[in-house]
Write a protein that binds this ligand. Structure first.
Ligand code: WT7
Length: 572
């Protein structure tokens, strides 16, 4: 009946017949061959006869529009690759992308991969301190940035001996560039029509995405070119991308969704995608869908909730009939959001679950499969996912019990290391399972139901923020003696950052002080990391060994049972 309309056969059938070889064959890849994501997303698509097909339709907040065909993209990524090579960047070195969602970000990513270096995308709203931590850890050689973000790089460059090349993509000559800074104007460079792509293999490092943990500084999840096998096939099967689709992934490539599906998944399938480099308003978003006749839309629960808040009437002002398939990622997708989208768009948002570390989708709702609103769906065929006991980390035999989500290593897009942090990488594996660090249960029909994270990491609007990074930054503020950072429930962003702060003697717990500290964090780290609330306390709950018990503070915020506090030293 409807089934043949989707790229994927029925879920049950796929379970029986699926193999990663399907993806390899379709990509024309055999084990042992060279494999390069940059080439696969550009040259190979051109070779298949799609040179003149649109790859990217880009628009910014002023309404300026740029369009690029797959051949334009092939040539521009060659140009970037060749430029980096001539500059002296070597294969395997890290090249950071620190830009808004401009075309240079997307093509820079593929250009870096084409010449064999490792792409390190970082969210452009990061402040100097967040940037420093990640560039220092990666020993980054070069960074692409825009003049508006250049001051943040200049602030820290003296602390980064390995950072040799700062490439400004929109220099206008008004302020002179300094030593080590280069003006690189993608479209004005001499075009490179033929470039010898670096002969990367399946296991050659490709992308380094930083993600936050509970303790210590953010970790760099290192991926390899082989990831394209999962990214290609999940984009085809779950996002159901087809040749005539106009696809819109709303994620920023500073985060993994924006690269795995906002670059690799879409373009390895030869699909046209749209990028909107502008802030969110419901009006803008609907207008964008209408104007570009977007058919496949991959977004996030926070955005969906923001649209819900704007109501149903505004939707009627636009012709959104081009939409045919919607998916969601990054945070729990409330059942209400699924039901609402079905009502207003005639289509449910289908939830997908995965992580920076997994590189591609792990558990999803599939086109044609029964949707249970509020459930994340079922494991992608070819990946074994289960829940393990919270203590023993052994698979739970009985259904309906809450455990930790775990996956059998071996899917192509799995991260291969945390950069310079083998100990933490090893800790993620036990009894032959990769431990995702999230709690969930599986129902009788095999659907996964998300419960929460198994650690103190805060998920604000689909972005993970590590409490440790914020606490460390808070300590650098002259008024702060000590602090504890937890997630606090928020109707829109699911969680926001809340800081408990004990002030140093001589500082007053005033509103001014609160705002001053908030702003300090926003500038140093990012708007996401900025506490939305600061509660001044005399002291923090600590274990007898002196460790701050965030769990106690968090439970209070969520109105939960505090649990075992036998090791607590002081009473709150
Ligand atoms: C964490 C991973 C992968 C792209 C974006 C996030 C949470 C992710 C869901 C979902 C409930 C989800 C988990 C996960 N998460 N998807 N569908 N339902 N929670 O990547 O920054 O590495 O975050 O996001 O807690 O572990 P990330």
């Amino acid at each position: 009946m409807f089934k043949q309309l989707f790229n994927m056969k029925s879920y049950e059938e796929e379970l029986k017949t699926f193999s990663w070889n399907i993806a390899k064959e379709e990509l024309g890849y055999k084990d042992g061959d060279n494999l390069n994501i940059g080439w696969h997303c550009t040259d190979r698509i051109c070779n298949s006869g799609k040179s003149e097909k649109l790859a990217l339709i880009w628009e910014d907040h002023k309404g300026e529009e740029k369009r690029y065909t797959f051949d334009d993209m092939r040539v521009l990524t060659n140009t970037i690759a060749s430029y980096l090579q001539k500059l002296g960047v070597n294969p395997g070195e890290r090249v950071c992308l620190f830009m808004d969602k401009v075309p240079e970000l997307y093509f820079g990513f593929l250009g870096i991969l084409k010449m064999g270096a490792i792409a390190q995308p970082l969210f452009s709203a990061f402040g100097s301190e967040s940037l420093l931590t990640r560039l220092e850890n990666a020993g980054t050689t070069a960074i692409f940035t825009q003049k508006k973000h250049l001051p943040k790089v200049r602030n820290i460059v003296a602390k980064l001996p390995s950072l040799k090349y700062i490439l400004v993509v929109d220099d206008d000559g008004v302020k002179p560039l300094r030593e080590g800074e280069y003006s690189f104007k993608m479209e004005q460079e001499e075009k490179v029509y033929d470039f010898e792509v670096y002969p990367s293999k399946a296991e050659t490092p490709s992308v380094l995405h930083y993600t936050s943990g509970t303790t210590g500084q953010p970790k760099g999840a290192q991926h390899v070119h082989y990831s394209i096998i999962s990214q290609y096939i999940t984009a085809k099967y779950v996002l159901d991308l087809k040749d005539d689709d106009i696809y819109w992934c709303t994620a920023d490539p500073g985060w993994v969704t924006g690269t795995s599906y906002g670059i690799i998944g879409a373009w390895s399938n030869g699909v046209t995608q749209c990028v909107m480099d502008a802030g969110f308003t419901a009006e803008n978003w609907y207008k964008f869908i209408e104007k570009h006749k977007i058919s496949m839309w991959y977004s996030a629960p926070t955005a969906i909730r923001a649209l819900m808040k704007e109501g149903k009437d505004i939707v009627k002002k636009f012709d959104l009939s081009s939409l045919r398939h919607l998916c969601s990622i990054g945070e729990p997708l409330n059942a209400e959001a699924v039901i609402w989208s079905e009502e207003v768009f005639g289509l449910p948002f289908l939830d997908t679950y995965w992580q920076t570390e997994t590189g591609s989708m792990m558990v999803s709702n599939y086109p044609g499969m029964k949707v249970k609103p509020g459930s994340m769906g079922k494991p992608f065929p070819g990946i074994e996912v289960t829940v393990v006991d919270l203590q023993t980390h052994l698979p739970l035999e009985k259904r309906g019990i809450v455990g930790m989500i775990a996956a059998k290593p071996g899917w192509p897009a799995m991260f291969r290391a945390y950069w310079n942090n083998e100990a933490t990488y090893k800790k993620k594996f036990e009894n032959g399972w990769y431990l995702c660090g999230d709690r969930a249960s599986i129902d009788e029909e095999g659907y996964f139901w998300f419960v929460g994270r198994d650690d103190d990491v805060i998920n604000t609007a689909g972005h993970l923020v590590g409490p440790f990074e914020i606490e460390s930054a808070l300590l650098e503020h002259p008024a702060v003696a000590e602090s504890a950072v937890v997630g606090k429930p928020d109707p829109m962003n699911m969680e926001v950052v809340k800081a408990f702060v004990a002030l140093k003697p001589g500082f007053e717990p005033t509103k001014m002080q609160e705002l001053e500290i908030m702003n300090f964090i926003r500038k140093k780290l990012s708007p996401l990391a900025m506490p939305q609330e600061i509660e001044f306390v005399d002291k923090l709950p600590k274990t007898r060994s002196g460790k701050i018990m965030r769990r106690v503070l968090r439970a209070k915020e969520w109105g939960e049972e505090i649990g075992d506090i036998s090791t607590l030293e002081n009473d709150m």
